[in-house]
Write a protein that binds this ligand. Structure first.
Ligand SMILES: *[C@@H]1O[C@H](CO)[C@@H](O)[C@H](O)[C@H]1NC(C)=O
Ligand SMILES: *[C@@H]1O[C@H](CO)[C@@H](O)[C@H](O)[C@H]1NC(C)=O
Length: 412
């Protein structure tokens, strides 16, 4: 079942204001693929030619994104993380790719990715060295911004290892200016608030949102459910601060999707996908798209979840209820009382639990709703917020509901 907004309502709701970095990018959370979580700093292309940080990996992933439906679903960026560079700058002081692992160079790789209708992201570091020990950008911000623009790069993640954290509120905006001065729109991902948090400095999120399209707040995701839960807990703890700055052009980044890697079960994968959509998070997969199994691919391609993630309001959801092992998260969607509700069961008792609640207790505006249980593909028509709503949640899993206000929607 598809719900369509009535035309009149669409006209009223078209105005979206952008408060974030004014480069026209990331009006909805960016979607794509990134090498770090799954492939790390594996530079052993001699022995592991398919799994090392080299041009083949990124070309393979671009191919899979196009041919296996990811591009059509909205995944767009192919992002190189750390360990791509040569240990030395060239004679003109420019960064250069490792010549053995990227024999064609980054410009050629960008051309290839563009030829497939996708965009290329790259990585640098604000300090003297990257976290992996490659050349940093301190003192080279302008030349590095120009180099990336000349290569045709579309997104930049700037990390913060080997740096003086106190200079970041000045230094990151310097890079924002340097990127802007190139004339090429480059989506800017900042690690700045994560380093401030780690140094017990309160991030100035207004300033961050003015200078970055997306930003990391918290520690790197690892390949484990425990890591996913830790990130969710951090977001719950900081939700008022973080939700206040989530908007078109500027999004909190809880780090990559690890769906299809070694650790998450199918139910846990659904939970990460649902929660990242509730959080209006960038959807950057870090997995091996060449070998991913169909059940994980299907989760990553779920249209209704992606639609929620990409909601044009750009609002971040919040935890609205905790009850035993269940926590309920709610995100306002659209501009007219539409919601996504994630019922997350953190329990490990081996049987699905039945959870019952009145929707009015979850902050929904009182009224009649049409509900879709997304992963079960079940609909409930004409549901009153005063009625008791019951849903079954698997252990370490989620029940994910899209609630449309009946008065504004027609079934088609
Ligand atoms: C930022 O740029 C200003 C103006 O060019 C400069 O004075 C300052 O040192 C820079 N700060 C950092 C941390 O890069
Ligand atoms: C540079 O900044 C100006 C003013 O904020 C903005 O209008 C323009 O689109 C930006 N250009 C790029 C390439 O980011």
């Amino acid at each position: 079942m598809v719900k369509m907004l009535q035309c009149l309502v669409v006209l009223v709701s078209l105005v979206v204001s952008v408060h974030g970095l004014d480069n026209g990018l990331a009006l909805t959370p960016p979607m794509g693929w990134m090498s770090w979580e799954r492939f790390r700093c594996n530079i052993d292309c001699k022995n592991q030619p398919n799994d090392c940080i080299g041009e083949k990996l990124f070309m393979d992933m671009a191919d899979r994104m196009v041919e296996d439906g990811f591009k059509d679903a909205g995944y767009e960026y192919v992002n190189i993380d750390d360990c791509w560079a040569s240990k030395e700058r060239d004679s003109a002081g420019k960064l250069q790719a490792d010549p053995d692992r990227f024999p064609s160079g980054i410009k050629k790789l960008a051309d290839y990715v563009h030829s497939r209708g996708l965009k290329l992201g790259i990585y640098n570091d604000f300090g003297t060295k990257t976290c992996g020990g490659y050349p940093g950008s301190l003192g080279h911000l302008e030349v590095d911004a120009k180099t990336f623009a000349e290569w045709g790069v579309d997104m930049l993640k700037m990390d913060g290892c080997y740096a003086d954290v106190k200079t970041m509120p000045q230094g990151y905006p310097n890079m924002t200016k340097a990127l802007n001065a190139t004339g090429r729109p480059i989506l800017f991902s900042c690690s700045w608030p994560d380093y401030e948090r780690a140094s017990k400095i309160q991030p100035d999120y207004k300033l961050i949102a003015k200078n970055c399209n997306i930003w990391r707040n918290y520690i790197d995701i690892q390949d484990s459910w425990d890591s996913v839960l830790k990130i969710i807990d951090y977001y719950a703890q900081e939700q008022d601060t973080l939700a206040a700055v989530s908007a078109p052009g500027s999004f909190n980044d809880p780090d990559m999707l690890i769906i299809g890697d070694f650790s998450l079960s199918v139910e846990q994968a659904k939970a990460q996908m649902a929660m990242w959509s509730i959080l209006a998070a960038p959807m950057l997969m870090s997995n091996d798209l060449r070998t991913i199994s169909p059940e994980f691919r299907e989760i990553l391609l779920n249209k209704e979840v992606i639609q929620i993630n990409q909601d044009p309001s750009g609002k971040m959801g919040k935890r609205v209820m905790q009850s035993g092992n269940v926590e309920v998260w709610s995100r306002e969607l659209g501009f007219l009382d539409e919601y996504a509700l994630a019922f997350l069961n953190r329990g490990t008792e081996g049987t699905p639990l039945n959870f019952t609640v009145q929707l009015k207790d979850l902050g929904l505006r009182p009224g009649i709703y049409f509900l879709i249980e997304i992963f079960e593909d079940k609909d409930i028509d004409d549901f009153d917020t005063d009625s008791y709503f019951s849903t079954v949640i698997t252990p370490n899993g989620v029940s994910f509901i899209h609630a449309y206000p009946s008065q504004f929607y027609n079934s088609v």
